[in-house]
Design a protein. Structure first.
Length: 296
């Protein structure tokens, strides 16, 4: 039974030490993340550590994630990020996953359309490499403080950008790593978006947002007061029962992995308190524990 696993993100470098305890807390899947370091990661050693850490536990590695800028104008930065993707693609099978995720990258200081040609060049090659190894690639929808006109990290944060990306590269193994939070803070309703794009969503980050509509009505989005906060699921504004229902109805076969370390309340010594509360909340939203149908 595909129970739609609920897990968390954890740094790949320390996964072997953290996963046993996290699995004991009830997390069922793990996204191993590398911040501009996948080009130097010792994937075989980490995979061996992970296998030992999860032996006998009902938990899996959902994906390898590399956060870099493979479209950068800086040749060294670009080369390191591309190598990170290549090495994650080549080693994904060691972790029992067929999914590699991360940022698309961006030509620094340029508009999203101005980055599409380089995106097509870089990910045309990477998607073929991934296809040859049975691997899918998914792009996170985080804006990294970028806009349509300019930015430094990622182009995959607007639906209009996704149209350009998948038109430039209509590959079946290219998709999205989606979460409602990054859309909500731009005042985009994530629910109709999810219905439209569910077929392209390969991985979901469990991260929510809270919007202060009193501030928005009084000051707008460019005023002196903050109006949005990233939240752990269960503490934000989203209806995750609805989100999970749409995912399941759309044939989603991935996991939901909580992206922690953002909540303004459940942070510091309360970080894991909030994450475990989010884990339990998402398990309820998916329908609780599996109950087999009675046989006639």
């Amino acid at each position: 039974m595909d129970k739609l696993r609920i897990g968390t993100l954890t740094a790949g470098e320390t996964a072997g030490k953290l996963l046993p305890r996290l699995a004991e807390l009830g997390f069922e899947s793990f996204s191993l993340t590398y911040w501009e370091s996948a080009d130097r990661a010792d994937f075989p050693a980490t995979a061996a550590d992970v296998r030992r850490a999860l032996e006998g536990k009902d938990a899996v590695i959902s994906c390898l994630t590399t956060f870099g800028n493979p479209l950068s104008e800086d040749a060294d930065r670009r080369a390191r990020a591309i190598l990170g993707f290549e090495r994650a693609i080549d080693h994904a099978h060691l972790f029992g996953t067929d999914l590699v995720t991360g940022f698309t990258g961006r030509v620094e200081g340029r508009s999203i359309p101005d980055s599409i040609q380089r995106y097509a060049e870089v990910f045309g090659s990477l998607s073929e490499r991934a296809k040859d190894r049975g691997v899918r690639l998914a792009f996170e929808n985080c804006e990294m403080e970028g806009t349509w006109a300019s930015g430094d990290w990622n182009i995959a944060h607007y639906p209009a950008a996704w149209e350009l990306m998948f038109s430039a590269l209509p590959m079946d193994n290219l998709g999205l790593e989606w979460e409602p939070c990054h859309q909500m803070v731009k005042l985009i309703d994530p629910i109709p978006q999810l219905r439209q794009w569910v077929g392209r969503i390969f991985h979901v980050h469990g991260k929510d947002a809270t919007l202060d509509w009193d501030v928005l009505r009084a000051y707008g989005t460019g005023g002196p007061k903050p109006y949005a906060w990233h939240r752990t699921p269960g503490f934000g504004d989203s209806d995750w029962t609805r989100i999970i229902s749409i995912l399941r109805a759309g044939g989603y076969r991935g996991t939901i992995d909580i992206e922690g370390w953002h909540d303004p309340v459940y942070r510091g010594e309360l970080e894991m308190t909030g994450q475990v509360a989010g884990l339990q909340y998402l398990k309820r939203c998916r329908g609780g524990d599996f109950v087999p149908n009675p046989e006639a």
